[in-house]
Ligand binder design. Sequence first.
Ligand code: NAI
Ligand code: MG
Length: 498
Amino acid sequence: MATTAAPIQLENSVTEFLGKPRKMLIGGKWVEAASGKTFDTINAATGEVLARVAEGDREDIDRAVQAARRAFEQGPWPETPPSERARLLWRLSDLVDQHREELAQLETLDNGKPLFFSRIVDVPTVIEVFRYMAGWATKVEGNTIPISMPGAKYFAYTLREPVGVAGQIIPWNFPLIMAAWKLAPALAVGCTVVLKPAEQTPLTALRLGELIQEAGFPDGVVNIVPGYGETAGAALAAHPGVDKVAFTGSTEVGKLIATAATGNLKKVSLELGGKSPNVVFADADLDSAIPGSANAIFFNQGQICTAGSRLFVHKSIFDKVVDGVAEQTKHFTVGPGIDPATNLGPLVSKEQLDRVCGYLESGAREGAKAVVGGRKIGGTGYFVEPTVLVDVKPQMKVVREEIFGPVVTAIPFSDPDEVMTFANDTVYGLASAIWTRDLSKAHRMAAKLRAGTVWINCYNVFDPALPFGGYKQSGWGREMGHAALELYTETKSVCAQL
Ligand code: NAI
Ligand code: MG
């Protein structure tokens, strides 16, 4: 594990963007918070202030919801044909493409993640998501329905209509990707949106807001209000003028959102936490299972809801796999994300660093042993060592709770049925993985896993066409693919007597 600090030359547009206090986007105008308040967003690699941002609260959310309502009901948006919505989304994806490097740099500075990944994962994913959903805009179809009621003839059909104003609350781990996952399907079907980015990472969503305007979306179709969860987020979730709320974040806050939504029974979709099992069978190809299992937990510093944080390994190969995963951490270059050579960056915030270190201490106290890592990396920024824990027991907090950091617990098993019971022994059900050369076993096991995604001989493979979401306390609903359209549409049955 090496550390490095060589910075790159920032794009001029990034320096300019960071140089001015950032405002919020309401009704097509960039405005200050009604309260005049601002908050700072922090460079995760240095702990220094990166930019000052308008702090939205209840009143700003209210103005944004009114703007979104007006844009939904009046003006050009309800009259915009699907093909034009598709063109707007495609134009937006082209603009993101043209501003690739700028967006990648901003994302890295704000979140901390290695520029290497912002360039090859975050920004390209955003482009693909907008393009994929642009394709659906012209394909939101209803059905014709045969009616059997006697005495008359009927003609009946269904329409899929946009649900209305969508409130979207997103987290800090993939700020730009999460904005695209939320915005793209909503805009494809003709909703209007109030988006609240995470307080830790508001910058790329705000830059995206400028590109949304440049693409030509009518005023008020997308409103972006940065601010804190307890204030702006809670106001959006509870707002009676919002028809649907979509949230990605912690299970704890997901429950608060569901409760807040009961006031007007707005539709709710939730993508929440995980404690995903990653199961390596004795017949696995270890040349791919070992690096794959390391990637499963260390990608994005472990700050990903699908993190393969419980590694189950057949006892016959346990030491080999655990040592192999530990060995992989030696190849990491830890440093500020903005250095292109870095492939393991800092955690997003001091708060997240403290959370993860709290889990490392609790694991040690309860008797877990670190094969590698186990500590904070000293100096500036929020760095923590990639960690593999063994000698863990099912009841330990490090095994049961989402850590959201580069910490994996490794557990041996002896037979396939036993390991499926272990794998499903969690309140979560987001993702899971199986490594084996036995095709039949792989699909038998895939059927047994209670999780929204099962990866076989791979990990963290996402696609705009592949539905994504959770069983159990990992959430409600599926994003991506055709399934995402259902989150943002209502079905209307029209029945005519002929
Ligand atoms: P969080 O769930 O508090 O924050 C996510 C988003 O929800 C942010 O935009 C935040 O401002 C907003 N929010 C917070 N409280 C709210 C409320 N009462 N009403 C409405 N919106 C609210 O997550 P946090 O505190 O940043 O991280 C804590 C833990 O949550 C992490 O350690 C991790 O375990 C989990 N998490 C999971 C994510 C996922 O992708 N599933 C993403 C981020 C965090
Ligand atoms: Mg929180």
